[in-house]
Design a protein around this ligand. Structure first.
Ligand SMILES: Cc1ncsc1CCOP(=O)(O)O
Ligand SMILES: C=C1C=NC(C(F)(F)F)=NC1=N
Ligand SMILES: [Mg+2]
Length: 221
């Protein structure tokens, strides 16, 4: 465990994920606004049709990393372990089709390690191999990830929590400030969003609304 679970849980509250293909406006301005609105964690996910590669990808990563650093928001890199190590990111997020979590843990040392899981078996493996948090979804329908798995709603989350699995958990997929509350009530430590913030007219207001709905539920829980 590289980050203590309680610290990890508060980082997961409003977890913004973005890459150049998710934005209509300039990614740097969108991230700046999202941070102002109150996001608690950021993941650089440069993936899908038209995404950047090589030097262009690295240069955008460094710009977004600098913006996060100014506000003490940890900067997580999706998939690209090599890039994460090269620019000394604060952590990485991997899926089941990436390298195994134990291999990645050896490469990143005490950085934050997040793993996407879709079953109890995958969750237990990720925990055993030293993940700091797990991402589960898609919770609701989403058009952002073309190859997303079947929509799972709150079923898997409820299963995890009734199996008394304590690892910090964040939900992802089609989440907005309108549908975030049931997820927190079912035991998620936070919500992860791409389009609800990156494609909002005001990313700052969208982030603030998400932050408010998540905290409102946590205060009353
Ligand atoms: C990366 C990812 N993994 C499962 S759904 C998804 C896309 C989430 O995007 P959005 O928040 O726009 O639905
Ligand atoms: C596919 C993904 C699933 N979950 C997450 C996170 F929200 F960070 F856990 N990030 C991803 N890139
Ligand atoms: Mg991946």
């Amino acid at each position: 465990m590289a980050v203590n679970p309680q610290a990890m849980r508060s980082l997961l509250k409003v977890y913004f994920i973005m890459g150049s293909t998710n934005c209509c406006q300039n990614p740097e301005n969108v991230l700046q606004a999202a941070i102002k609105g109150g996001i608690t964690l950021f993941q650089f996910r440069e993936k899908g049709a038209g995404c950047l590669h090589g030097k262009e990808k690295e240069s955008l990563a460094k710009k977004l990393q600098a913006i996060c650093k100014q506000s003490n928001i940890p900067f997580i890199v999706n998939d690209d372990i090599e890039l994460a190590v090269k620019i000394n990111a604060d952590g990485v997020h991997i899926g089941q089709d990436d390298e195994a979590a134990d291999v990645v843990r050896r490469k990143i040392g005490s950085k934050i390690l997040g793993v996407s899981v879709h079953s109890m078996q995958e969750a237990e493996t990720a925990i055993r191999q030293g993940a700091d948090y797990i991402g589960i979804g898609p919770i609701y329908p989403t058009s952002t990830k073309a190859d997303a798995k079947a929509v799972q709603g709150l079923t898997f989350l409820t299963e995890l929590r009734s199996a008394d699995i304590q690892i910090p958990v964040v939900g992802i997929g089609g989440i907005t400030s309108e549908n975030a509350s049931p997820l927190i009530e079912a035991g998620a430590d936070g919500v992860s969003v791409i389009s609800a913030i990156s494609q909002a007219d005001s990313p700052e207001k969208a982030a603030a609304k998400l932050y408010d709905s998540v905290n409102r539920i946590m205060r009353n829980a």
